[in-house]
Design a protein around this ligand. Structure first.
Ligand code: CAP
Ligand code: MG
Length: 432
């Protein structure tokens, strides 16, 4: 027990009003025999000013920066902790926040479970952070899209196509009517697919497709790299070669890290910053005892200034997910969002675009729109388009038709009677 970190007399409303604390809720399960209040005080110490015991070097000033446990629910194994925002790097640094509140604490020996379920960010702290600059609304405007999601794909196979083949897949998808193509998250600068050569081929196809269709098309290029300089070189090359097509810059936010996301955001305000979250499952899955929830990850993505972040498919696709994905969608988009415990007012913060991906196909589009309750999102369907019986182009067309059916208030089955590509997609992917 570290009583200097207990503030059970404090009221949440007062803490919020003070505008001085970041509030958090953790699911916290200590080893048998350890009281939750005691455990929470240890977590508060380790995640703010302290260690496993009081140190003689603490000052009156450092004491006032202690995180405080202001509530516990022993039955539900929940603990509420308030962090003075003065402890955080004043430069709007997401990496720094996570190093405190989702850092060493995951390694504390007496803990069996520790999951950051929700957080509330005070207005004074929001002010320090960037938030997105290039938003979903900018991308929709550029593409000329209203009242529907942005329809996308991921180039598949995940890796193995050579530059010309890669660009041809993009071209086919765009020609079929699709809007947006993304690199898969591990595509970088491989021997058989050099980065620059791949961009050069994409440039040729973008030019061609716009000439042939008269429509704007979007490309999301993975710029994640081993080091800062290489990432910047890649992003600069993308902007030099295809900048006029409003390319999105994809960053693997978990593996490349928060600094990579924030660097991209701060340097490239005219690009859509695409946060791919490969690796997040180790933290977010319900089976994982340690980590954070999908809504928390999403809120950090928005705070960091990602224009869009993967939020899952609410269990409709291949990845584990449930209603928390829907909560995350609204934490990304809404001005006032409801998390698992808190209501967050984002003030002037721009929205971050939810990206629904993973095991989707045209027959699942309506279910995703219904679950999300909005059309302000990007959906990317990889296998769901490229495995269409008649190929990528027809797969894209089937997706477009599923979307048209939605816009006309028809079921896909009804619409498929007069739309062959959709009919074949239904036959391939199942009747539902
Ligand atoms: C989707 C995807 C994405 C996942 C990641 C893939 O491809 O490109 O990486 O969506 O999950 O490789 O699986 P498919 P999440 O459309 O072929 O499934 O979006 O939940 O972060
Ligand atoms: Mg992928």
């Amino acid at each position: 027990m570290q009583k200097d970190y207990l503030g059970l007399h404090l009221k949440e409303t007062e803490l919020m009003k003070s505008n001085k604390y970041l509030l958090t809720v953790f699911r916290m399960v200590p080893e048998k025999g350890i009281d939750l209040e005691d455990m929470a005080s240890e977590v508060a110490a380790e995640s703010s000013t302290g260690s496993n015991m009081r140190v003689g070097t603490a000052t009156k000033f450092s004491d006032h920066l202690n995180a405080l446990v202001y509530k516990v629910d022993k039955k539900k194994s929940l603990a509420w902790l308030a962090y003075p925002i003065d402890i955080f790097d004043r430069g709007g640094n997401v990496q720094n926040i996570l190093t405190y509140i989702a850092g060493n604490v995951f390694g504390i020996a007496e803990l069996k479970e520790l999951k950051l379920l929700d957080m509330w960010i005070p207005p004074a702290m929001l002010k320090r952070h960037d938030g997105p600059t290039y938003t979903i609304h900018d991308l929709k405007k550029y593409l000329g899209i209203k009242n529907r999601p942005i329809l996308g794909t991921i180039v598949k196979p995940k890796i193995g196509l050579k530059p010309k083949e890669f660009a041809k897949v993009c071209y086919e998808f765009w020609m079929g009517g699709g809007d947006f193509v993304k690199f898969d998250e591990p595509q970088a600068d491989q021997n058989f697919a050099p980065f620059k050569k791949t961009i050069d081929e994409i440039a040729v196809m973008l030019k061609r497709v716009e000439k042939e269709t008269g429509k704007k098309k979007a490309m999301s290029v993975n710029i994640s790299a081993a080091d800062f300089d290489t990432m910047i070189k890649r992003a600069d090359y993308v902007n030099k070669k295809i900048g006029k097509y409003h390319p999105a810059l994809l960053v693997d936010g978990i593996t490349a890290g928060w600094m990579a996301i924030q660097t991209a955001k701060r340097r490239y305000k005219k690009n859509f910053i695409h946060f791919h979250r490969a690796g997040h499952g180790a933290f977010t899955r319900h089976e994982s005892p340690f980590g954070f929830s999908v809504p928390v990850l999403t809120m950090f993505g928005r705070l960091a200034g990602a224009s869009g972040i993967h939020t899952g498919t609410a269990g409709i696709g291949k990845m584990a997910g449930d209603n928390e994905d829907v909560i995350a969608v609204h934490c990304a988009l809404d001005k006032v969002s409801k998390g698992l415990f808190f209501t967050q007012d984002w003030g002037k913060f721009a929205p971050c675009c939810p990206i629904a991906s993973g095991g989707l196909n045209p027959t699942k589009l309506h279910a995703v729109i219904k679950a999300f309750g909005t059309t302000d999102f990007i959906t990317t369907m990889g296998a769901g388009c490229h495995s269409h019986p008649d190929g990528t182009r027809k797969g894209a067309t089937a997706l477009v038709q599923a979307c048209e059916a939605y816009q006309k208030g028809k079921t896909i089955q009804e619409y498929a009677k007069t739309h062959e590509e959709l009919a074949k997609a239904i036959e391939k992917f199942g009747k539902k």
